[in-house]
Design a protein around this ligand. Sequence first.
Ligand code: ZN
Length: 149
Amino acid sequence: MNVSDDLYQEIILDHSRSPRHYGCPLNHTHCAAGRNPLCGDEYQVYLTLDEDGVIRDASFEGAGCAISKASTSLMLEQLIGKHHEQARALFETFHDMVTNPGGDHDTKVLGKLAAFSGIWKFPSRVKCAILCWHAVRNALDGKTTASTE
Ligand code: ZN
C-alpha cells in the first residue's frame, strides 16, 4: 500500500458513495444497458451527442457494486465534452490498463480513471470496472445491451 493506492481508494470510495451524473435524463440520443450477471451489476447509460459527435451530456442509473458504480461515475465525468472518437480511444486505453498491467499506459489521458490501475489483481472485479464502458461503446454503436458474459 503506497500513497497513490490510498488516494485511488479514496477516489473510488467517494464516487461509489456519491456517484456523479446519476439519474435518467429527460432527453438523450444514445443509450444502452450494461449487465454483469457474475456480480449482479445492472446499469443503463444515457448519452447526448450534438451534431458534431461531441458528448454533451451523459448519465447513468441502476445498481451494482462499489467498483462498477465508481467506475461509471468517473468514466462519465471524463467522457462529457469529448468527441465520440476520443471516447472510443479512451475505452481502449482504459481496457488496456485494467487487463494488461505490463502495458505502457498513458495515465495522464486517464486522469482519475488511473484509480483502477491496480484492478487487474482482482480479475473478477475487472468486469465490474469495464462494464459501463462496454455499454457506452455499444450505445455509440447503436446497440442497446452490453453484457460481460
Ligand atoms: Zn460488480
